[in-house]
Design a protein around this ligand. Structure first.
Ligand SMILES: Cc1ccc2c(c1)c1c3c(c(C)cc1n2CCCN)C(=O)NC3=O
Length: 275
């Protein structure tokens, strides 16, 4: 198990404004009283008694143990953990550049160089996770944050759905956000590191075109588009996108997870690695 700080969070930090929320969690900017350093504090409500609200302790500990074993410039780092009666507080590295999602919304679509540079950093971060047998399972532009407004450095955040791939438990679970999940998730088949690679294909498609490849008018339609691999490089959106970029994406939108590009294949793909 993990050692939690016993003195109170408030002794050491002044909580600031709310910057976002997720499953049973609220994220607030906070300042370390002694040093003035800024952090992101993720307040996760504990499940009390037989209630359904709040996260199970074993899930919280799983997220903490995953965060504790990763250390990479493209992945957010965990600084401290506080355990109180009602909640667990993760003190996390703060990034101030906002979500990649907001960045692309403002720009419509990115140049191939910019998209390739973002994807390369995402791949570097995901390689670190995959080398540690950790699958993120919720890769999407909202969980990719810019370090600061004037840099294009990114960090992966939010490991609430992340899992460590242990051989005995074959992981099946409906999770993640519809338009980013892989066919095996929709069909409730075993998940693997390849599940993250599909999501990277979706993110790449969005960065280059501003449009989501499988998104339908309903969740069911989106799921159908995913399991039917019903996507195309719409001419209006992709007419000045290289064949190389489309090949990179085609190698990720493969139904059979074992045939899909791995993070290593992607890092060696000519669209990413300058030849
Ligand atoms: C400046 C800013 C604005 C919103 C933030 C964050 C930072 C942020 C952060 C984190 C998480 C889990 C969620 C966060 N959110 C919530 C929205 C994330 N999709 C985090 O771990 N560090 C952050 O800076």
């Amino acid at each position: 198990t993990s050692v939690f700080k016993l003195e109170s969070f408030e002794d050491n930090y002044e909580a600031g404004d709310d910057i976002g929320s997720g499953h049973f969690a609220v994220v607030r900017r906070c300042t370390h009283r002694k040093t003035g350093q800024a952090f992101a504090a993720k307040f996760i409500r504990k499940r009390r008694g037989g209630g359904r609200k709040g996260a199970k302790m074993e899930e919280i500990v799983k997220e903490i143990n995953i965060l504790r074993c990763i250390d990479h410039p493209n992945v957010i780092s965990l600084h401290e953990v506080y355990d109180t009666k009602m909640e667990v507080i993760l003190v996390l590295e703060l990034v101030s550049g906002g979500e990649l999602f907001e960045y692309i919304s403002e720009k419509e679509a990115l140049s191939e160089e910019e998209a390739s540079s973002f994807i390369k950093q995402i791949l570097e971060g995901v390689k670190h996770l995959h080398d540690n047998k950790i699958v993120h399972l919720d890769l999407k532009p909202e969980n990719i944050m810019l370090l600061n407004h004037n840099s294009t450095n990114i960090k992966l955040i939010d490991f609430g759905l992340a899992r460590r791939l242990t051989d005995q438990e074959d992981m099946r679970a409906m999770m993640g956000t519809a338009e980013f999940i892989a066919p095996e998730v929709v069909s409730y088949e075993p998940l693997s590191l390849a599940t993250d690679m599909w999501s990277i294909g979706v993110i790449t498609y969005i960065l280059l075109s501003g449009s989501s490849p499988f998104l339908g008018d309903s969740q069911q339609e989106t799921y159908h588009n995913i399991t039917a691999l019903n996507y195309e490089f719409d001419h209006d959106l992709f007419h000045n996108t290289s064949e190389l970029a489309q090949d990179f994406i085609d190698k990720l939108f493969i139904r059979n997870p074992r045939k899909r590009s791995t993070v290593h294949d992607c890092l060696n793909h000519p669209w990413i690695k300058p030849v």
